[in-house]
Write a protein that binds this ligand. Sequence first.
Ligand SMILES: [Zn+2]
Ligand SMILES: [Zn+2]
Length: 165
Amino acid sequence: MEQPRMEWTKIFKREAAEYLRDRWSLYLNGRIIWNRPNPGYKQYIRKTYGSFHCSLCRRTWSSNIVPILFHFRLNKKNKKHWGTVKVRRYRQKCKICREALMWPSISTVNIEILMENLVKNIRKKCYHEVLDENLGEYVREHVKSPHETELCEGCFDGIYFSRNI
Ligand SMILES: [Zn+2]
Ligand SMILES: [Zn+2]
């Protein structure tokens, strides 16, 4: 079951209104590619905890390694400035069906943590603000099975979390 887009945009708007001086918009996007941002776009990646529900066999599972990729840019035209963020949530396959990729469901708390860290990154990269390195850590849950590369869209895209990001 896909999460409502509204939740992401609403939380982002709130965070952006507090810390960013220009008008910024966030769009869910399944097509942006790791390490291949469009010209002018900056890249940021975090991982989070997500739960999954297979629409074919109804199995549910969860993962502490759900990559969330952001490509963003500050647009400037004459004196007008506005920002665009594209966000991709990487999917996973059910290990029984091994067919369709399922979207992660991410808690409100973890979306808030993602958005706080994202806005900090935008302030650094687009507004050259000097900020401390204290990033919010996502809320993890106990996960029974190990991360399976062949079932993970993020791993397929070449994303590898070698350190705690
Ligand atoms: Zn399944
Ligand atoms: Zn993976």
